[in-house]
Design a protein around this ligand. Sequence first.
Ligand code: ASP
Ligand code: MG
Length: 420
Amino acid sequence: MKIFKFGGASVNSVDRIKQMADILRLYKGEKKLVVISAMGKTTNALEKVAAAFFNNAKEEALQLFNHIKTQHITTAKYLLITGYNAAYEQLSQLFTEIEWALHDKPVRDYDYYYDQIVCLGELLSTTIISAYLNEKGIANAWIDVRDVLRTDDTFREAVIDWAAAAGNTERLIAPLFEKNDIVITQGFIGATDENESTTLGREGSDYTAAVFAGLLDAESVTIWKDVEGVMNADPKIFATAELIPELNYDEVIEMAYYGAQVIHPKTIKPLQNKSIPLYVKCFLDPALPGTIIHNKALKHLPPIIVIKNDQVLLHLHSTDFSFIGEHTMSHLYHLFAEYTIRPGLIQTGAVSLMVCTDEQEGKTDRLAAEAAAIFDVQVEKGLTLLTIRHYTPEVLDAMTAGKVIVLRQQSKETAQVLMR
Ligand code: ASP
Ligand code: MG
């Protein structure tokens, strides 16, 4: 069994969906679980619907939602002929569920509503694509992943209940493969045992693919992307970015941790547990070799450059010039946990502490306000964090030339520079 994952960019137009069908034809006769994201920027659009709804702007929410609806119906019309009516029925049911919800008033917290609304993107994309593939003779079964991936109720960052998910996979997915070579399902979403929808964190479809690889003991996972494979830098920023043909799990975890937008950070663990290789391949040209990620020790990796913008530096000074001790540190880490803020870089001194983290929706401000009870707090926003794995002095110099360096840290493998 293979697991394929197609991201939003691989299914964002009629042409791309047709291309996806071509890719599946290349693997005819093999069992495949196909995990699909929401089309293009649908998740972002649904986030706006959720925000409008939560701000009691019902009309705006409905209007934004209508736009998403029209987009999907248009795509379905372009792709489907014989399957259109049945697919339209299914899409309508999905739309109605959300529209009903939008007519209520929000009484629970934002993250709950976010998940109830945002989960729709994947349900819509898979419904249309499954119908299209069936119409084109690529027989497949569609399953609502929310019946399979049981999670807790940490909305927006739901945690999978592995035992329940394993049981459901065995009970619901295995039988589908007896009659079908292809089973299509949604990335990114799950449900609680009370059937409330949950999401696994933005870009979480990669993780879904890995979860199923683990549960189904798959031979491999292939993530189909609009790039050649994993590159050593963002090709949109660096014309000289090169393909890395082979990587290992540890390296990818490091890259993802520092913010490389290659693969969702949670993806590797389930694969590593069972040594399942991960291929990153280009859906524009499936003949290209792409990148293989597996369990080998590797030498001679090129410098891998990761740039993260919108960084905040919290500069915390002890108010009475007492040393920054373990109690203050532990207090601070509790605050990070409370606000679910992950520091990307920390530097401690005797009476001060510097913490760099992502700027997120007012969270950092609230954390800074609370930290002000024990520290003198200064906040600087709009910084860039550069991380270079396997750096060379030349690359480091070139990348920092002309910048004001705020903070710098180096180990044998990794250099990090926070820049203005
Ligand atoms: N559609 C979700 C997102 O955009 C999940 C994914 O694409 O992996 O975050
Ligand atoms: Mg995506």
